[in-house]
Design a protein around this ligand. Structure first.
Ligand code: ADP
Ligand code: MG
Length: 324
């Protein structure tokens, strides 16, 4: 199969490549053309996923297609951008029809779920890797930056933390557990849901936001540094799913929530007056701490004493947590 036949069969004819909001010209020319509503700014983000580094190799191509786009799209949600489109640069060792078919179906499923149109890309031969660039739009001046957190703000997250890290031994086939535990955890790893509705709701409310990709502590440092404030996280308030708490003892589940990557849940700071209306509309939100004068991320126990976590960042494919 030639390069152009491959592009046509699996990508140009995919439902998600048939245009959509903002797409004036899609796949087939030297460039795609995007139309931006008046008064809006273009939000752009790129992510590369390398086989064996960012995902296990081999893996299910459908799940890979889903996850690759979700990971990239999450940055748009974190910025408060509305989804427009994306490009896909795909490097493949061989053109295997069954693999391409399943990959394109997974990609298409996530594209349609997010409202993102496939607008172009590049196809090359080499070790398996994917680069996705996503485009969104946000009213001028309303993008959710990392730099506006203020002392006195609440520190909040968009949902349970640590599931993707807890799922890692299951993803890697190192551990088998009952389906009622493995199914929800594997779904959190393979098909994270970019929090677009929450990102839009945070426009004009949140003072800072990002999506947690490298772990709560590591990503919290980015808000603290950009805003010139300290973030105080209360260990007891970390939201943990019942599946994670069934898989792991509490300390290991908390370690996943603090230092595990790949959750793609939003972390944001919010003036307390904004909390009631926001929580009423988004039930999964949790306050996990507060913003104070100072610098860095502090972890506090139930008595308000500072504690030092074992690890701050996330290492890909390293299962850090003790199994139950
Ligand atoms: P060029 O040589 O002008 O850069 P290509 O021959 O690489 O263009 O690609 C032809 C068309 O197919 C372009 O519109 C490009 O954006 C699109 N394309 C190439 N690879 C992919 C892909 N993997 N997914 C979606 N569109 C693709
Ligand atoms: Mg060209």
């Amino acid at each position: 199969m030639g390069e152009f036949e491959l592009i046509h069969q699996y990508f140009a004819t995919a439902p998600c490549a048939q245009g959509g909001a903002g797409v004036a010209l899609g796949i087939g020319d030297d460039c795609a053309l995007l139309e931006l509503p008046a008064g809006e700014q273009l939000a752009i983000s790129t992510d590369t996923l390398v086989a064996g580094v960012h995902f296990p190799d081999p893996c299910e191509p459908f799940l890979l297609g889903q996850r690759a786009l979700a990971v990239a799209a999450s940055d748009l949600a974190a910025m408060g951008a509305a989804p427009l489109g994306f490009t896909l640069a795909l490097t493949l060792p061989h053109a295997q029809p069954a693999w391409l078919q399943a990959f394109a179906q997974g990609l298409n499923a996530m594209a349609q779920c997010c409202g993102l149109s496939l607008m172009g890309g590049d196809t090359t031969r080499g070790p398996l890797s994917l680069t996705l660039t996503v485009f969104g739009s946000v009213p001028r001046g309303q993008a959710l930056r990392r730099s506006g957190a203020q002392p006195g703000d609440l520190l909040c997250v968009g949902g349970p933390l640590g599931d993707a890290a807890g799922a890692l031994p299951l993803v890697l086939g190192q551990r088998q557990v009952a389906a009622q535990i493995s199914v929800p955890l594997l779904a959190r790893y393979w098909s994270p849901q970019p929090q677009f509705a929450l990102g839009l709701a945070l426009r004009g409310r949140a003072t800072a936001a990002l999506d947690i990709s490298d772990g709560l502590l590591a990503d919290g440092e980015h808000i603290a540094a950009a805003s010139g404030v300290a973030l105080r996280i209360e260990l007891e308030r970390l939201p943990l799913s019942s599946a994670l708490l069934t898989l792991l003892e509490l300390p290991a589940a908390r370690a996943c929530a603090l230092s595990g990557g790949d959750d793609y849940v939003l972390l944001f700071t919010l003036p307390p007056s904004q909390w009631p209306a926001l929580q009423a509309a988004h039930g999964e939100l949790r306050v996990i701490g507060s913003v104070a004068a100072g610098q860095g991320v502090q972890l506090l126990d139930a008595a308000g004493q500072s504690i030092t976590p074992a690890a701050r960042g996330y290492e890909h494919f390293k299962a850090a947590s003790a199994a139950k």
